[in-house]
Structure formats: C-alpha cells, structure tokens
Design a protein around this ligand. Sequence first.
Ligand SMILES: [Fe+2]
Ligand SMILES: [Fe+2]
Length: 372
Amino acid sequence: MRSEWDMVFVTSGAEGLAELARSPFDVVVADMRMPGMNGAEFLNRVMRLHPGTIRLVLSGQADSDLVLQVEGAAHQFIAKPCDPGILRTVIQAASEIGGRMRSEEIRRVLGGIAHLPVLPAAYQEIVALLAIEATTVEDLGRVVQKDPGMTGNILKLVNSAYFGLRQRVSDPAEAVAFLGVDTLKALALVHGVFSQIQAVPEGFNCEHLWRHSLRLATASREIAKMEGLGRGLESDCFTGGLLHDVGLLLLASGFPDEYRRIEELLASSSLEILDAEMEVLGVHHGEVGAHLLGLWGLPGTVVEAVAHHHCPRQSIGVSPERIVHVAEALSTAAGDCGVFGVERPLAPASLREPPGRRLEAWKLVLERLDEV
Ligand SMILES: [Fe+2]
Ligand SMILES: [Fe+2]
C-alpha cells in the first residue's frame, strides 16, 4: 500500500484534524476507540469540515452502539481485527468511486449527506410499528421496502464490511431481518436514521418520485421473475428500481438554483432530463445516485442499474441495468415521470438497448401492475 498511496499516520483525532487542515485527503480511516476524541466524534467533524473526504471507520464487534452513532458520518465500517486485504479493497474501491465524480463541488455536497430522507408517512408508520411489542421483522421489512430512503440507509449499514457478510445484500426485507427489531428501534428512535424529508425546491414532488420509484421497483422485480433470473437478481432489480432516481433528490436538494434552471430548460425545450442536467450541472442524476450508493458499499449490480438507468451499456444481456432502464422507459411513456409535473412521453428512440421480442411481454408486466 505504501508504494501506491501517500499515507499519513496519526495517533489521535486532534492530530488527524490538524493534518486535514494542512492538506486535503481523499480517504480517512479512523479507529472507533481513540484517545481524547472517539471515532464517531472525529468522523462527524471531518464530515462537517471536509465533506469531500471519504470516511471509513474500524470498529470492534463490542462497539456496536458506537457504530450506530457514527453510521451517518462514515461511508463504511470495517470490523476489527481487520484483515489488511479487506482494508485495502475497501479503500481502493471507495477511492476509485470518489475519483470518478468529476465535479469537486458535487463530491463535497454528496459527502455531507448522512442519510437518504424518508417520506413522513413511512416514518410515522415505522415509528408506530416500533412502539408495538409484538412487531416482527417481517412487519418492519414491509414498511422499509416501500420507502427508497429507508431502504438505502439500511442497505448501507448491512453491506458494510463490519458485518462480514460474504455476499452483498440487496433485498431490503433481508437487511431488516439481519439487523433485527432492537437495532431498527435504536436506528429509528435514538439515532434518527429515518430522518424525514426536509426542504426540496418548490415544484419538486418527492412523494411522486418515491411512488414512481416503488412502481418501477415492483415492475423490475416482476420482469426479473418472468425472465427466471433467480432471487438474487430479482432483489437487485427491485432495489435498483427503488433507488434509481435518488440522484434526482440529491441534486434537487443540494443545488436548488441549478435545479430550477433544469426545470425551466425541461419546460422550454425538448431536452431529456439527462441532457438538461449535463448542460447545467455537468453530471446527471444517475451518476450522482450511483456515486453515493457505491460509496456506501451497495451491491455493484444495483449501483450499475442506478448509474445507467437512462442509458444502459451495450451487451449487458438481461440484467438489472437493462430491466430497470426498460421499465423506466415504459413507465415514463405511460406518463409516469412528473417529478416537476413536466410530462414527457418517451420517444421510441430513447429506449436504448430494447430487449427485442421480449419488449411486448415486459410491457404486459407494467400493464398488469396498473390494473392491480
Ligand atoms: Fe425514474
Ligand atoms: Fe431517472
């Protein structure tokens, strides 16, 4: 590692902050237990002062309470004792993702995001459920998987190297079952993981966006089932669909003025949303969502589906990336795209990588969902 990266080692949080003040760092790795200032406090300060820096934390299994305290400020958690190979892989992957985001400013704004916001109705529902003694993980799973924000936040936690799961988890219900009712209670009530949606620009209809996302998630999973992709990829399709537009919310709340300009462009031209975003911000919501979810360690297939949902890569077969794209195109064509109330039926040419003869069958899946 020493020959590839410039590394600086310090023995306390205060020294770490002094180093960061001297020169910027791409990645910081903190220990949860440090003299003077613990890892949670250190990383919270780093998030505030240097949001563009990727933040990783090493923690012993006995510190699970502390882990919950820092889960917003850390991009990923790693269990101690830590295999150097795992640490290297996590740092490598995180810095590669970080380096791909061209805009320094957007990297900084995204770096300051501790959680994805949750719709008030879903928040009320989960708090009410948690107050009932007999609530099961299945009950909680049903609520979590309806809300993109809750799902993203929980998948971040479960997929961190801290839990040492051999396979990445993309199924929100499985993630809830893994964490258990008590952890969910602590996350919701003590640590505020399910923070409700704050200010978004006027005209940005978050409820509509989340509804659209859930519809796409369900459609994508149904298509995956029909194609016989198996449970793992079905979950990737569901979660890819549920999270595909989180970048829209991140951009709209992080850059309200620019997003107003994008809205105007959409209303006054025939530009597609991706092109309008590229013109105004130089990035599009697919890459922005994928950047954050990638840093959070979500499964690669989900991250790719989010990144490319408007423009899937060629030769990707029947994959979550392609399914989410086609489901998005079909549902947009049916008029379900009104984030700003700008209804723009999709031109057939916008459907990239159409699934050939399968298209009719996939269309039927969406039509059937609408009948329910
Ligand atoms: Fe969408
Ligand atoms: Fe989108």
